[in-house]
Design a protein. Structure first.
Length: 110
């Protein structure tokens, strides 16, 4: 669900930008910010659902400690969106429940 953004970036401070896609919706965001910041800027308030109970979750610490910002990025689940910078064409989706890593073997690159 995308709604009004939690904050905005003044037009004067916006330099280069990139387009990412969140659940089919393109978002034009400033280059160099994290995926979590980009999604918050785009009005996204639910990044994932909890494993137990399916409760909506969103970033809390924004520094990689709490793991509340987990999303799927370019088909790879359980990525910490607060630590990953955006790049042109990145495809992001909510992570619903536990990550399913059945297709990957230990030591194999996704």
């Amino acid at each position: 669900m995308t709604i009004d953004p939690l904050f905005t970036v003044p037009e004067a401070s916006v330099g280069a930008s990139v387009t990412i896609v969140f659940e089919g919706t393109p978002l034009r965001v400033p280059a160099g910010i994290t995926v979590a910041a980009a999604l918050l800027l785009g009005g996204v308030r639910e990044f994932r659902s909890s494993v137990v109970g399916g409760v909506p979750r969103a970033p809390y610490c924004m520094m990689g400690v709490c793991f509340e910002c987990l999303v799927e990025i370019d088909g790879v689940p359980a990525r910490q969106s607060c630590l990953i910078p955006v790049r042109e064409g990145m495809v992001v989706a909510r992570q619903l429940g536990a990550a399913h890593l059945d297709a990957f073997s230990p030591g194999e690159e996704p």
